[in-house]
Design a protein around this ligand. Structure first.
Ligand code: F0G
Length: 448
């Protein structure tokens, strides 16, 4: 039984097939261009799309909208210190705002930044600062069938080789993304976090944790890392975060809010000061940073809710259930499932499509045409420069959809797989200059 009930409703409608066909063609076969009214079950992202609690809504009513010295900022700062252990924050409007603040302060032209896997906006911010983003996933991360419990881990061995190549002075930051969104939402162990901290210390780099999904990651650690079997998610999260020098946070994920983010720092040192000044320039004064007082108030409550056992167990449990339903219907999914999303392996689902015809994007389009379900491609279309499988992510917004929606999604995906050999590939007919951001706005056409 779910540990919460619904007291506000938002209608869901499945448009007729011909309307979906017209909407997708108008969108240039890019689901980012679809109106949300044209989507029945929206699994595009788990970012900012979740449902807030009544406590969060109540906190919003008390939001302090002062430009400077807002008490809602103090509430947020206190929640971050309690839940995540960072005493100081530079607030930002969302995760990528925090990335701009931090990486702009840390990274110079010609540098290299190491990450277990860069997410698209992280990669773009590193590149925009003239640096080279290099992924260091562990062996097996790209294997959808390996049952390694921590396929999100960072390979220190790979990272050491990169450092030898580029020179130790050119690596200002080592980043660990928990959970690893670009690697199928796989978790990172605390043991690996300790190793990465030691490595970053060794090469004198700043160790940054991308903490967007820190609570979901801590839940996996509790379930899978024997040392932590008897610890609470709250304690594990604090411990894992304690190894990092800094964190970037998008409140739109495990902050359980629709907007907001921050850079978390330990001391008010030079890095903090550089971030604070960049924050003022790009985000807003240092006690709001692009958030309204109401946003910060809801964020403070959401962070505390994210580590509560009934919430996080149910959250990750729902994703596991969707993976099981897809698997039962013969849809090839990356196993084990991630914390926020199920990743369908489009290369296995549509084996007749060559990789340069974007099988992942073809699968995304078919999900929409078949059942009005919106997912997102995180394969060759989204990450043109990297070697990866063509995965399609079905991300579950937090506390939002119920079992019947999941049934619909699983039936839709199964129907696509059943007539998979009829599915054609795609070509890109228009794309933006910055390759890292291609999938947000490129237009495609089906190949005949
Ligand atoms: N880091 C990671 C690991 C992310 O997944 C995201 C966003 C960001 C940083 C940037 O945060 O959106 O608040 O600016 N991921 C979303 C997604 C968009 O769909 O996975 P943001």
């Amino acid at each position: 039984m779910r540990s919460h009930k619904t007291t506000m409703v938002d209608d869901v409608e499945l448009l007729p097939r011909q309307d979906r066909e017209a909407a997708l063609a108008d969108a240039g076969y890019n689901v980012f261009e679809l109106a949300s009214d044209a989507v029945a079950v929206d699994l595009l992202t788990d970012s900012g799309t979740g449902t807030m609690s009544n406590d969060q809504w109540a906190a919003m009513m008390r939001g302090d909208e002062a430009y400077a010295g807002s008490s809602s900022f103090e509430d947020l700062e206190a929640a971050v210190a309690d839940v995540m252990g960072f005493e100081h924050i530079v607030p930002a409007h969302q995760g990528r705002g925090a990335e701009n603040v931090l990486y702009g302060a840390l990274v110079d032209e010609g540098d290299t930044v190491l990450n277990n896997a860069h997410f698209d906006t992280t990669r773009a911010h590193v590149a925009a600062n003239g640096a080279d983003p290099v992924d260091c996933p562990v062996d097996g991360a790209r294997d959808p069938d390996s049952d390694d419990p921590f396929k999100g881990d960072f390979s220190v061995e790979t990272a050491r080789r990169v450092v030898e190549d580029v020179g130790v002075d050119n690596v200002p930051a080592v980043v660990l993304t928990v959970t690893n969104n670009s690697m199928a939402g796989q978790p990172v162990s605390v043991e690996n976090t300790r190793e990465v901290a030691a490595f970053a210390d060794d090469i004198d780099a700043t160790f940054v944790l991308d903490a967007c999904r820190f609570a979901e990651n801590a839940h996996f650690v509790q379930q899978r890392e024997p040392e932590f079997a008897d610890d609470t998610v709250a304690d594990i999260a604090r411990e894992q975060l304690s190894y990092a020098d800094a964190c970037v946070m998008s409140g739109k994920k495990d902050g359980l809010v629709n907007a907001g983010g921050f850079v978390g720092l330990r001391e008010q040192d030079d890095l903090y000061e550089a971030c604070r000044q960049r924050g003022i320039l790009y985000e807003g004064f240092s006690t709001y940073g692009g958030m309204s007082g109401r946003d910060m108030a809801a964020f403070a409550v959401g962070l505390r809710e994210a580590v509560e056992p009934p919430y996080v167990e149910e959250r990750v449990g729902q994703v596991q259930r969707l993976a099981g339903m897809l698997d039962d219907r013969g849809v090839p999914v990356y196993q084990p499932a991630g914390g926020h999303a199920v990743y369908v392996d489009a290369n296995a689902a549509l084996p007749h499509l060559p990789r340069d015809e974007y099988p992942g994007q073809a699968f995304v389009c078919e999900l929409y045409l078949e059942g009005g379900v919106r997912g997102v491609e995180l394969g060759r279309f989204a990450f043109p420069e990297t070697e990866r499988r063509d995965l399609v992510r079905l991300a579950l917004p937090r506390r939002t959809y119920g079992p019947d929606h999941l049934e619909h999604v699983a039936d839709t995906a199964a129907a696509v797989c059943e007539r998979g050999d009829e599915v054609t590939g795609y070509e890109i007919v228009d794309e933006p200059e910055m390759a890292e951001l291609r999938h947000f706005s490129a237009r495609l056409e089906p190949l005949q």
